[in-house]
Design a protein around this ligand. Sequence first.
Ligand code: UTP
Length: 306
Amino acid sequence: MAMNSVSHKRVRKAVLPVAGLGTRFLPATKAVPKEMLNIVDRPMIQYIVDEALAAGIEHIVFVTGRNKHIIEDYFDIAYELNDTLTRRGKVEALATLQRMQPAAGAMSFTRQQEPLGLGHAVWCARDIIGDEPFALLLPDMITHGERPCMKQMMEVYDRTGGNIIAVQACDPADAHKYGIVGKGKPAAGGFQITEMVEKPAKGTAPSNLYINGRYILQPEIFGLLAKQEKGAGGEIQLTDSMLTLSKAQKFYGYEFSGETFDCGSKEGFIEANVAIALSRADMAEGTRAMLGARTGMADPLQRARA
Ligand code: UTP
């Protein structure tokens, strides 16, 4: 692969891998996929689909696994429910469901028969993606900000092409939990990536910038993933193939403006619920009052009003 030989095709499709076991959320995930766990009033996966669509994505590829059929059902039309809501005059609830209904044919579902790792899950989407760049969004990482993370990345991609991964700063003491990048020279609104390491041993991380689960990747990644080499934790890691790709193609890090909640962890999941409730006009006041009462801290807004 020659440097800069990458195409600058438009990014039309997104991959959402949802085949993991979600062991950190057992027993909830024994019967309900992690990606269907609720944040305020909608499942995690809805936030991710909304983010992808807001970035101009036209087709979403889910990589599912055993016991994940509920995700497919969730995005289908629920005729009986719609009918009941209509008869009961629940106009607002019906409008919400209809607004969230994906266009016919805009989603594909493929299976990863065994959860062999994120790299393997992405590779399972290769035939549906074909020879095009694609977005990859990890459904258990919820991003939150004034402008959706993937939209910000698409704006960078429009200028640069190549591969882009979003990063955020974490507490250096937590770096061993994530994929971490090494930061090189500034480039194209972001920076060049010098290194990528999945779950570095404590004290060895090249920085505190972690990959927050949003990627734009060129299709050459599939050829590298096809080698199916195991990395950290005995899993086929995406990070290892991205590192190889970064030696051959343009590969940028982009410090996304906003927050990321790691909803694969219980603390991140709870924080996402609180942060999103506080950001919603219909929930903010009640949530602030409830938090104040629970934590014994006076609501700053009420204090100001008093
Ligand atoms: P995680 O490693 O965070 O999810 O993968 P997990 O394995 O389901 O959770 P724990 O660690 O056991 O609690 C990030 C995303 O990649 C998907 C997961 O579904 C999750 O959305 N994934 C992971 C796959 O689709 N296949 C895999 O083999 C691994």
